[in-house]
Design a protein around this ligand. Structure first.
Ligand code: ACO
Length: 373
């Protein structure tokens, strides 16, 4: 073993390791988040979903005609073949929506007839939202909801998800949350997408892998788990006891902590304001807000760990009337645009992502037939 070259060792979980240059987005421990150079607070205050998606994908904001063309490309590709819904339906009502979504996206790899990489990406970006809106309903035997081509992306998705009318402010907030979910540099699912892109597999394969990584509760699955936790705790007065018990038992409090943000997650801060404002505008009891705030204070007092986007996106989705198992699929519907931006950046300057591992197992074992083991 003496001829084995020395490997460059990296920290566990690749923490703090820069694996590539990127121009798409950056986040910093102090709560900075930029998409293509624009601060997330600026985008949250001023931008729409479609123009932000264009920005993330292309590097600059679109002009009026470019935006119109981009929106039309998306709308044109929204219809999903019955065959794909049929595959979702076959999974049956026990299927978790994110699994149904991943299976449907995988099937697009053989059912979609797009010829170009651009066409495949538009198709995925557009169909992902239709499939996300239907991945709870269709496996339960209900008819798929069709997209409405007159509506903008976020209104259309919200309407497909809930079939309810919402106030202008609530629809504006939903669009903000989608913008926050769109992109976040080298998170686990984006890295996964880049690994698959580096093999030159098609965008459907990359998105399917991205969805698999997104599902986990340490990543995108956290918004569903955070909402379940909030519903379980129920009362602000029970927050301290819950956090104390969870930490004593060595459990993670889902919706808290982040690999990058150590002081605060800027997206969570904004969502917290929106949550408060939705309740105020509705004139409803603010118990849900007080519960979130109480857990946040407790986590900060005990561990100095701030909430992340998933923690405050979850109660917003809840107030908008969205079923809890659809929270991660919504995340996916938006993140697909970020994934495709990274897919393109990867293939434009590609090198197969194939790291090494340091073998620490034995090396002198000899085969023995089964009867002698
Ligand atoms: N609850 C309790 N303790 C926590 C939490 C948490 N949510 N998050 C981190 N910690 C603690 C760890 O136990 C560890 O403590 P120790 O040093 O005493 O062992 C320390 O903080 C560092 O935590 P790591 O998990 O090693 O840090 P890492 O950078 O790997 O973690 C992660 C990031 C995975 C997000 C983590 O904070 C976590 O598991 N959070 C809960 C899941 C979650 O909300 N995920 C959503 C992420 S955001 C997104 O995907 C949009």
């Amino acid at each position: 073993m003496s001829n084995v070259p020395q490997h460059l060792r990296v920290p566990k979980g690749l923490a703090g390791v820069s694996v590539t240059d990127t121009k798409i987005s950056t986040s910093e421990a102090d709560g900075t988040l930029l998409y293509r150079g624009y601060a997330i607070s600026d985008l949250a205050a001023n931008a729409g979903f479609e123009e932000t998606a264009f920005l993330v994908l292309n590097g600059s904001f679109p002009g009026k005609e470019e935006l119109e063309a981009f929106t039309q490309e998306l709308r044109k590709r929204a219809p999903v073949q019955d065959k794909v819904f049929g595959i979702m339906r076959e999974l049956g009502k026990t299927a978790h929506p994110i699994d149904a979504l991943r299976t449907a996206v995988s099937s697009l790899g053989s059912t979609d007839r797009e010829e170009t990489i651009d066409g495949k990406q538009f198709s995925l970006e557009s169909k992902m939202s239709v499939l996300a809106a239907n991945c709870y309903r269709v496996p339960r035997g209900e008819r798929p909801t069709e997209p409405d081509h007159e509506q903008k992306f976020s209104d259309n998705l919200l309407h497909m998800l809930t079939k309810k009318e919402r106030s202008d402010y609530e629809r504006w907030v939903f669009e903000r949350v989608l913008i926050f979910y769109m992109e976040h540099d080298m998170n686990a699912s984006t890295f996964t997408v880049r690994v698959v892109a580096s093999t030159l597999a098609d965008p459907y394969a990359a998105a399917t892998a991205g969805l698999a990584a997104l599902k986990g509760p340490l990543h995108g699955g956290a918004n569903e788990e955070a909402m379940k936790m909030l519903l379980e705790i129920g009362e602000p007065s029970k927050a301290a006891g819950y956090v104390e018990r969870a930490l004593r038992e060595g459990k993670k409090v889902i919706g808290f902590g982040h690999r990058v943000y150590k002081d605060f997650d800027p997206r969570a801060r904004l969502c917290k304001e929106y949550l408060k404002e939705i309740l105020a505008k509705r004139g409803e009891d603010d118990r849900l807000y007080r519960l979130c705030d109480a857990i946040e204070n407790e986590m900060w007092e005990r561990k100095r760990i701030p909430p992340n986007l998933d923690y405050y996106a979850a109660p917003i989705f809840y107030l908008l009337g969205i079923e809890v198992p659809l929270y991660t699929p919504i995340f996916a519907a938006s993140r697909t645009f970020g994934w495709m931006a990274h897919y393109n950046e990867q293939v434009e300057d590609n090198k197969l992502i194939r790291p090494d591992a340091t073998y620490v197992g034995p090396s002198d074992l000899k085969y023995a037939p089964v009867e002698r083991r």
